[in-house]
Design a protein around this ligand. Structure first.
Ligand code: NI
Length: 135
C-alpha cells in the first residue's frame, strides 16, 4: 500500500532571469520585467511529496521530522533571503526560473530518501504560477 505524504515550506528569494550570452535587448524581449538588472523577489511556496510503503512497525511512510529537517537544511537555509543568482552556487550559471529551481530542490532532497520512495516537488512562484517536477 503506497501512500503519499507531503510537507509545505516557504522561502523568500530574489532573482533575475537572463542569459549572460544574450544582449540586454534579447533578454528583455524574452524575460521582460524578470530581466530587471536590480533583481526582484518572490515569496516561494514549496510542497514536497514522498510516496512509499507504509512501514508496518511505525505506520509511517517517512518520519515527517526528518523531511522537515532536510527541507530546512537543503532548501530554507540555502535559499531563504538569498539572491539566487549571486549567492546560491547552483544558479551561478543556471537561470533561476521556477522550472530550474524545482529541479535543483528535487536533486538536493532525492538522495535523502530510500530507493523505493518516490519524490515529487511543486514550487509556487506566485499564488497562480507553479511548477511540478515528479523526477
Ligand atoms: Ni521572478
Amino acid at each position: 500500500m503506497r501512500v503519499t505524504v507531503s510537507r509545505k515550506a516557504h522561502f523568500n528569494a530574489a532573482h533575475r532571469l537572463y542569459r549572460k550570452d544574450w544582449s540586454f535587448e534579447k533578454n528583455d524581449a524574452v524575460f521582460g520585467k524578470c530581466n530587471n538588472p536590480n533583481f526582484h523577489g518572490h515569496n516561494y511556496e514549496l510542497i514536497v511529496s514522498v510516496t512509499g510503503e507504509i512501514d508496518p512497525e511505525t505506520g509511517y511512510v517517512i518520519d515527517m521530522k526528518h523531511l522537515k529537517d532536510w527541507i530546512k537544511t537543503e532548501v530554507e537555509d540555502a535559499f531563504d533571503h538569498k539572491n539566487l543568482n549571486l549567492e546560491v552556487p547552483e544558479f551561478a550559471d543556471l537561470n533561476p526560473t521556477a522550472e530550474n529551481i524545482v529541479v535543483v530542490i528535487y536533486n538536493k532532497l532525492k538522495p535523502k530518501l530510500t530507493a523505493d520512495q518516490d519524490l515529487e516537488v511543486t514550487l509556487y512562484e506566485t499564488p497562480r504560477n507553479f511548477v511540478t517536477y515528479p523526477g
